[in-house]
Write a protein that binds this ligand. Structure first.
Ligand code: FES
Length: 155
């Protein structure tokens, strides 16, 4: 028998069928793994937008305090208590209190002590955040609620 007439060890048709079924099985496993992965939430919880600041007597007039874990700056004056966000209005870096105001380490914006822009590229002033009082008397801050600059909470 000549070499040409010898049968293939695995017929071509069978090989293609096996390869096709293998590819289909791999695709099915991949799709199933993707579906199982969707069941697990991949959202990381953000810190609560509304949070307790402390008792009013912790902020007597004249107090200025950075709360780094909340990226806020608390000012207490005879007019009341105010909270300024330390999130830069340019691209969201955290500004640092400086000699007379705040400096952004990322692109050099500078803000005065009340958060007004002294030097860009920040397009607008730092946000003043709503301060309120909880039923137990604690001061509360809502980081999602902006108030007009120079809005003081008097209690
Ligand atoms: S993020 Fe502050 S200046 Fe760009």
């Amino acid at each position: 028998m000549s070499e040409r007439l010898k049968p293939d060890p695995v017929p071509r048709r069978s090989f293609l069928s096996i390869a096709g079924l293998g590819t289909l099985a791999l695709a099915g496993v991949g799709a199933l793994a993707g579906m199982v992965r969707l069941l697990k939430p991949y959202v990381y919880p953000e810190p609560m937008a509304r949070f307790r600041l402390g008792r009013p007597d912790e902020f007597p007039p004249g107090t200025v305090k950075v709360v780094p874990e909340r990226s806020i700056y608390v000012i207490s004056e005879p007019e009341g208590v105010a909270v300024i966000s330390l999130v830069c209005t340019h691209l969201g870096c955290i500004v640092a209190p400086a000699d007379k105001g705040f400096d952004c380490p990322c692109h050099g914006s500078r803000f005065d002590p009340k958060g007004r822009v002294l030097r860009g590229p920040a397009p607008r002033a730092l946000l003043w955040l709503e301060v309120s009082q909880a039923a137990d008397g604690s001061l509360m801050v809502d980081a999602n609620r902006e108030v007009k600059p120079n809005t003081w909470y008097r209690g």
